[in-house]
Design a protein around this ligand. Structure first.
Ligand code: ZN
Length: 376
């Protein structure tokens, strides 16, 4: 596989990066996308400078606006270097003096390149910062991951706080969140207990989880989950928030694998949300259960059907699917929902039609029919 080494540094609200891609085979043309707000100051192929051409400007699903560039060098080349800088934009992307967060939704690094590449990052000038999931060698921070896992989260050490438990470490930058972080750590452990012993009945394969809370750099915007990482605004300032952020995001350890860029994403989101709701029922947190159902039910009528004619991902699959499962729950009970979630987790190819087939094979014909009807 090709390799990309990125040297990154920050100045005020701007990032400065040099990305050097070593190709595993020679190419005569190379293309990539990058956040539209970042300016390219130079591109070279091997050691010859080259002029990038803008092929398109668009917004990939969930992402900030990007420019697609291509670079042609005449003869084949094995190394491309791209220097760029500027302010970042996109969901959950921010550069402040105390907290920095960059992720794939901001397309802050060259993505969708002509070749797949393993990425290696160094951050300079951040001796006074802590990089979540990074390693410090005395002068540089090091980080490596695949394209969608290039989540760069830095806290200035003088403001960073941490609550460290056996299963989770929670990072935050505001004293007012200390109690909430302690509470959230205990909820995480309890959810883990319910998922591994009762709902999924298998070991947790998510490793030690690092939870990065972005408040006050960000004050709204929800959460996302990657391997061993939960990125959120706060650890939950009340019990409902602590339960939803921990239980929904942790459930994605098992509830994933359906195509997130299509309508089939309802499977990932609905099974994760209902794992959380089943935890609430099991632990007698019925008030949280009722509130969550009421919030989803209220939004339901304005949302389009889950299944689209062209296969695209409609808005609101998370909410729509949760209400569709609520209908199943009312008709067939919690055990049926647990069975459906376990069937989804065990699917080899995670599609709705495969799930419906498995439900019918298990004798859940009526539930399968109701589900199918409510998707359109
Ligand atoms: Zn989710």
């Amino acid at each position: 596989m090709s390799k990309m080494n990125i040297a990154l540094r920050f100045e005020g609200e701007k990032l400065f990066a040099e990305a050097e891609i070593s190709l595993d085979k020679k190419l005569s043309e190379f293309s990539f996308i990058l956040n539209s707000g970042l300016e390219i100051s130079g591109v070279s192929c091997d050691d010859n400078s080259a002029e990038p051409t803008i092929e398109a400007v668009y917004e990939p699903l969930f992402c900030a606006e990007v420019k697609k560039y291509s670079v042609k060098c005449g003869s084949g080349f094995g190394r491309v270097k791209i220097c760029y800088s500027g302010k970042i934009s996109g969901w959950h992307n921010i550069i402040t003096n105390d907290i920095i967060e960059l992720n794939r939704y901001g397309v802050w690094l060259p993505c969708e390149m002509s070749c797949e590449a393993q990425s290696f990052l160094t951050v300079s000038g951040c001796e006074d910062y802590f990089l979540v999931k990074g390693e410090f060698d005395g002068s540089l921070w090091h980080y490596s991951a695949g394209e969608w896992d290039m989540n760069i989260i830095l806290y200035r050490k003088s403001v960073m706080k941490a609550v460290v438990g056996k299963n989770i470490s929670i990072y935050f930058a505001d004293d007012s969140l200390t109690e909430a972080a302690e509470f959230s750590k205990n909820i995480f452990d309890d959810v883990l207990d319910y998922y591994t012993k009762e709902l999924f009945r298998r070991e947790y394969c998510g490793g030690h989880t690092e939870m990065a809370c972005l408040y006050p750099a960000l004050t709204s915007g929800g959460a996302y989950k990657r391997y061993g990482l939960i990125v959120c605004i706060t650890p939950g300032t009340d019990e409902k928030e602590a339960v939803t952020v921990n239980a929904h995001e942790m459930a994605h350890t098992w509830c994933n694998g359906a195509d997130a860029g299509s309508w089939e994403d309802w499977l990932n989101e609905t099974t994760a949300e209902w794992s959380m709701l089943l935890y609430c029922l099991d632990r007698n947190k019925t008030e949280i259960f009722d509130k969550m159902i009421a919030e989803h039910t209220e939004k339901y009528p304005e949302l389009p059907p889950i299944k689209t004619a062209d296969g695209s991902r409609p808005e609101g699959v998370h909410t729509k699917g949760t209400v569709v499962f609520y209908e199943l729950y009312k008709a067939f009970g919690a055990e049926t929902i647990k069975s459906v979630i376990r069937l989804f987790v065990d699917l080899d190819v995670k599609t709705t039609s495969n799930l419906l087939d498995k439900m019918k094979a298990l004798g859940l014909n009526e539930a399968a029919e109701m589900l199918e009807k409510n998707l359109s």
